[in-house]
Write a protein that binds this ligand. Structure first.
Ligand code: ADP
Ligand code: MG
Length: 588
């Protein structure tokens, strides 16, 4: 007797069910997709506990006739595609005709549905894949599917389910992703009788507020771009929204939530240098492109996407994000707590001097800064700081010069932070971070034609043998960055250095560069990394005293150049306090 035989259809369904619905969230995803494919404008998802016991998805879409409802639960039954060509231009979320068959193979399903325009609806129950009779039922237009006892007949699967809270969290994620990729549809999510999420069916921002909350929504900048037939709209998070994981990177393609390495890579590349190393950006980006340009049929749950032309999609996303960053104001706002405030004047400078400053600085705003000497969190003591003693006098000489500009240099405080004013806002600039960015940009601009500065007296730099050796090996590369040096009996004789570099910084700078080479990572970004090191070492230190002209130059660079917003490591160079934020603090 032959040992090879056809699988029993029910066993085949159980196997397919394992792929399509791995966990309750998988069932919710499939039912949501069916509702969206049916043209619903409002969908309610209700679950109890972790969803395995009870899931209900109700929609107001086109509904099914009795005949369709009976067929819908059969394996490979679909109304969405018919010939193989359809597979290459899929416009619906589902197309395999597997989901309902898979779900009902491992659960008890009740379905109530009324076709658009029909006088009466039908009710059908399916248990362990056995389709019951269709009976007439009074119900609204649209479809409601209730799934109970998921995985009751597949104990192994049931055993692998995580705690209810974990399964429910997976379901929330599925619903958030659907809500963000189809903001035009109102989606409601109820868990154990409580509404957890509701989007109104409107703009993407409405959906973001509904699905992710106001706090998240307030940290976004708009994206809108079209390139190579790839249309991109949505939002990127400002740098302060960045996080340690990718949980808040939402992409969709033609209304389908997707994951794709190209998308993530383009987003993260565009954020390099804008956010601190180790942090990951957030986004809600909806992409529209011709359906024949990608393949969604590569993953059982249709979550992964493959693009025919990776590079074009990468570029489209990258440039969309970059241009959004340039247009948007990516500066973080100064965070000041809202609880009742009392003011105290810091004793340094002394009070007598303070009043003297005030008379000189009468038109210069006094800057409240987040408490530097808070004793207990509930004691909100704001210290008032003033421009450095030299500033007001020097300022009197300089305003003529700055009158033409739309910003004003105010002074330096706390030995390192520059204060400026523009268009109803106060700017606090980190002089080191800003200077670092200025130098880095200049080094980058002139990378094609480096400008080494020949040292008056060549400087001998002693470094560990390994470091010296690697620097000598990479001499050509370093010459392109403005260094000239030679072997000097186990040390390096430096004849020229990039013109921003101070001689006394050279040993540390070269040591760090050598370590970079020794780490063995040869990415195209290596050159940038080395420029970072030069810029960081050459920039004024926060604690070093700077001349007024130096401070004014750094201030001007930040205020006049919108591309100087983050240091090369991604830390902000400035934060801003607007008049309205200030007024709120004063309860005006
Ligand atoms: P697919 O979505 O891949 O076609 P499914 O098993 O998910 O396969 O659904 C089978 C068919 O049942 C669909 O093609 C559709 O015609 C019908 N159907 C399922 N859910 C709904 C719904 N909520 N409203 C209307 N029709 C539905
Ligand atoms: Mg489906």
């Amino acid at each position: 007797m032959s040992r090879v035989r056809m699988l029993d259809p029910h066993v085949a369904d159980l196997i397919a069910a394992g792929e399509v619905v791995e966990r309750p969230a998988g069932a919710v995803k499939e039912l949501l997709e069916n509702a969206l494919d049916a043209g619903a404008t409002a969908i309610t998802v209700e679950i109890r506990a972790g969803g395995a016991g009870f899931i209900r998805v109700a929609d107001n879409g086109g509904g099914m006739s009795a005949e369709d409802a009976r067929a819908a639960f059969l394996r490979h039954a679909t109304s969405k595609i018919s010939v193989k060509e359809d597979l290459f231009a899929i416009k619906t979320l589902g197309f395999r005709g597997e989901a309902l068959a898979a779900i009902c193979a491992v659960s008890d399903v009740d379905c109530l549905t009324r076709e658009h325009g029909a006088v009466i609806g039908v009710s059908i129950s399916v248990s362990a894949g056995q389709i019951g009779d269709c009976t007439d039922a009074g119900c609204p237009e649209g479809t409601t599917v209730i799934v109970r006892n998921l995985f009751y007949n597949t104990p192994a699967r049931l055993k692998f389910l995580k705690k209810d809270a974990t399964e429910a969290a997976h379901i929330s994620e599925v619903i958030i992703r659907a809500a963000l990729s189809r903001p035009d549809v109102s989606i409601r999510y109820i868990k154990d009788g409580n509404e957890l999420l509701c989007t109104p069916g409107g703009s993407l921002l409405d959906a973001v507020y509904g699905a992710l909350g106001r706090d998240f929504g307030s940290l976004l900048a708009g994206v809108s771009n079209s390139e190579n037939g790839v249309e991109i709209s949505g939002f990127i998070g400002k740098p302060e929204a960045a996080r340690g994981d990718r949980a808040r990177q939402y992409f969709s393609v033609n209304g389908r939530p997707v994951r794709g390495r190209v998308l993530t890579a383009a987003l993260e590349e565009a954020f390099k240098g804008e956010i601190p190393d180790g942090k990951l950006p957030v986004c809600v980006l909806n992409i529209n492109m011709p359906p024949e340009q990608f393949d969604i049929n590569i993953h059982p749950a249709k979550a992964e996407i493959k693009f025919i032309r990776d590079k074009e999609v990468f570029d489209a996303v990258y440039f969309a994000v970059k241009s959004a960053q340039q247009k948007a104001d990516m500066l973080p706002a100064l965070q000041v707590k809202r609880s009742p405030l009392t003011f105290s004047v810091n004793t340094n400078p002394p009070l007598s001097q303070v009043s003297a400053y005030l008379s000189v600085l009468s038109d210069i705003p006094v800057i409240p800064i987040i408490p530097s000497a808070v004793k207990a969190p509930e004691e909100e003591v704001l210290s008032l700081y003033f421009a450095s003693p030299a500033a007001p006098y020097a300022l009197r000489e300089l305003p003529r010069e700055t009158e033409e500009k739309d910003w004003r240099f105010v002074g330096e405080v706390l030995g390192g932070y520059i204060i400026a004013e523009s268009e109803g806002a106060i700017w606090l600039i980190d002089k080191h971070a800003a200077h670092e960015r200025v130098i880095y940009n200049r080094l980058k601009d002139r990378a094609a034609a480096p400008m080494p500065q020949t040292l008056l007296t060549p400087s001998v730099v002693s470094l560990p043998e390994k470091q010296c050796a690697v620097l000598l090996e990479e001499r050509e590369f370093l010459e392109n960055a403005g260094f000239e040096f030679e072997n000097f009996g186990g040390s390096l004789l430096i004849r020229a250095a990039p013109d921003f570099a101070e001689v006394f910084e050279l040993p540390v700078m070269l040591g760090e560069i050598a370590e970079k080479f020794l780490s063995g990572i040869r990415t195209p970004a290596l050159r940038d990394d080395i420029l970072h090191i030069v810029a960081c070492k050459a920039a004024v230190k926060l604690s070093t005293r700077s001349s007024l002209s130096e401070l004014m130059a750094i201030c001007g660079a930040v205020m006049d150049n919108p591309d100087i917003r983050h240091c090369p490591h991604g830390r902000p160079v400035a934060i801003r306090l607007t008049r309205s934020q200030l007024e709120r603090q004063f309860l005006r």
